[in-house]
Write a protein that binds this ligand. Structure first.
Ligand code: DGT
Length: 204
């Protein structure tokens, strides 16, 4: 690992397999803790109060980090939340495969943004935050292509805010993608690794 010997204990407050895989592959040593947060209720409240999407992502990330940080004041707790916005409408992880089909049909041939909010908490408060926006554009794929994609990927798509996975055959859904690959998968590494070096976690 690329960790400093005096690094604080790092906790990823997430139940996301994608985030865990991205951080692990980056050579960061961390523990996983899965926060119990009613994200839908927070999202609904933010939508009702016209909270901007970037602020909503940070509010959700804070909710996850603070739940775990409360009992771990000395650890560095990292959390993230990713929102999908298309022409002002917010999309969420699909409830089932039919919802995944409907969502992909709504996004095809159009541009959308993935808005990732990340926070770090230590000593009972937020010590860092970042918002990264990934511009995405789906091609106008056929229903035949969509049927084949849904059959191939199956329920793995239900864990993704876009009802797609960019890695693997999901890349065929797109006309163009923008920004870091890791940001699309839910954990923007460039800003996070910069912070971890500044916070004396990773070797500089
Ligand atoms: N494998 C994969 N996952 C993706 C992709 N795009 C988005 N995701 C996943 C990453 C996150 O797990 C999820 C975004 O939803 P959330 O930010 O609410 O996170 P989630 O509830 O899954 O986990 P967490 O809140 O961190 O416990 O979508 C992709 O292209 N590939």
């Amino acid at each position: 690992m690329m960790m400093r010997p005096d690094a604080p204990h790092v906790v990823l407050a997430s139940g996301s397999a994608s985030r865990r895989a991205v951080l692990q592959a980056a050579g960061v040593a961390f523990e996983i803790a899965t926060p119990q947060v009613d994200e839908a209720a927070i999202k609904d409240a933010c939508r009702a109060e016209d909270v901007p999407v970037a602020d909503t992502a940070l509010i959700l990330a804070d909710a996850k980090a603070s739940r775990i940080a409360r009992t771990r004041p000395d650890d560095l707790v990292i959390a993230a939340d990713q929102m999908l916005v298309c022409d002002g409408a917010w999309y969420d992880k699909p409830a089932d495969m039919e919802a995944a089909r409907v969502q992909l049909q709504a996004l095809r041939g159009r541009k959308h943004e993935l808005v990732s909010g990340m926070v770090a908490w230590r000593g009972g408060h937020r010590v860092w935050q970042d918002v990264t926006v990934s511009p995405m554009e789906m091609r106008d794929f056929s229903d035949e292509f969509l049927d084949a994609y849904l059959a191939l990927e199956g329920p793995t798509l239900l864990g993704s805010v876009g009802a797609y996975r960019l890695e693997g055959p999901g890349v065929q859904l797109f006309a163009r993608v923008g920004g870091e690959h890791s940001a699309i998968l839910g954990l923007p590494l460039m800003p996070l690794l910069r912070f971890l070096r500044q916070h004396h976690v990773l070797l500089d």
